[in-house]
Design a protein around this ligand. Sequence first.
Ligand SMILES: Cc1ncc(COP(=O)(O)O)c(C=O)c1O
Length: 415
Amino acid sequence: MSIDKFSSRIEFSAMTHFVRDLEDEGRSPVFRTMESATTDHVVVSGRSRIMLGSNNYLGLANHPRVIDAAQAALRRFGAASTGSRVANGTCSLHRTLEDELAQWHNTESAVLFPTGYQANVGTISALVRPGDTVILDWAAHASIHDGARLAGAHIEHFNHNSADELRALLVGARAVPTLVVVDGLYSMEGDIAPLDEIAALCREFSAMLMVDEAHSVGILGATRTGAVELFGMQDDVDIRMGTLSKGLGSIGGYVVGPEDLTDYLRTHARAYQFTTAGTPAAVGAAVEAVRIAQSDEGAERTARLIANVDLLRGALAAHDVETIAPTVLPDGTSAPGPIVPAIVADEQTLIEVWNRLFDQGIFSGISVFPGVRIGNPLLRLCVTADHSIADLEFVAKSIASLRPAESIDAPALTH
Ligand SMILES: Cc1ncc(COP(=O)(O)O)c(C=O)c1O
């Protein structure tokens, strides 16, 4: 009987049928197969295309030194770590990476998880208990929402980047332990959390604050550790989490902070304990990527990335393509991130736009529910340090050429 219920759930899933129909028509923007390495270009369906849909912001996934380090780790430690960090899964590279992440972030300690998803789920579910409150920006990453759910916490949401709504929720949560979690730089909207206001509120209401730097590490701040550093909030943020899977060109998640926190996570985070440790090749690659990100070359790559973002934004604006604007910081300066989201009228238009760009030799990204709220689809353009001026100008021109037939303008996003 219950098998029937599960079967019908699987059989009649609207989402599954929608994707399957698009795949049958050869028009699906999701689950495509990459046929080459993902650099500023990628081969898909037999043709090289300009890659605007990857998180390889600094180009480190293809850096010769990162690849050499991965190969050396593979040769020395083998293809697998063969166990949990708790048992036999820790090799010297895990320790080196944790030490260097802690040094880079100027914290006492770091703890490494196999993925960023596990870092969020593991950390939040280890710290929070049923009866506690977790307050999240609606746009916070799915792994943050999932960690809070797994913890059995009471969950509240505030509209995207609204410090006023956060204040109202903190007033209501006053009596119980409260954790506030935000992304430093949002993966779909591409904007930055107002960490100065959020940290001040958390201080006022004695709430713990956790910031996810998945998309900002390697990019924001004087030493490029992320949005917390950009705002100078290192002493005001209790938990800084990041990933090695975007700008840092490998895979893995981490939390940096006091040793009491990281030791607690090592002994209580089930997503750390009950899973096989990150593979040696990935950890070796990450060690080298972290070194490059901190060096003069890292600074140059970040500067090139931001110059490319400015160029694409300028070209899109020149063609009247509406995008979510970069964040303006308290000192009035603009802080662009690598993600340039163009506003699209609806999901059907987005799929049409994606396919028309694909036909013109561009692989872009899409943001649809549940990545964003229903009715707010975005064409997600991810810039890298390695894109050429000619390619970015071509992308802007191609997007503009789709109008008016496939207008990508729509009312402003209402998170
Ligand atoms: C904001 C944010 N946090 C966490 C994650 C999860 O990181 P990972 O891909 O390393 O599991 C992602 C990845 O999409 C993300 O965008």
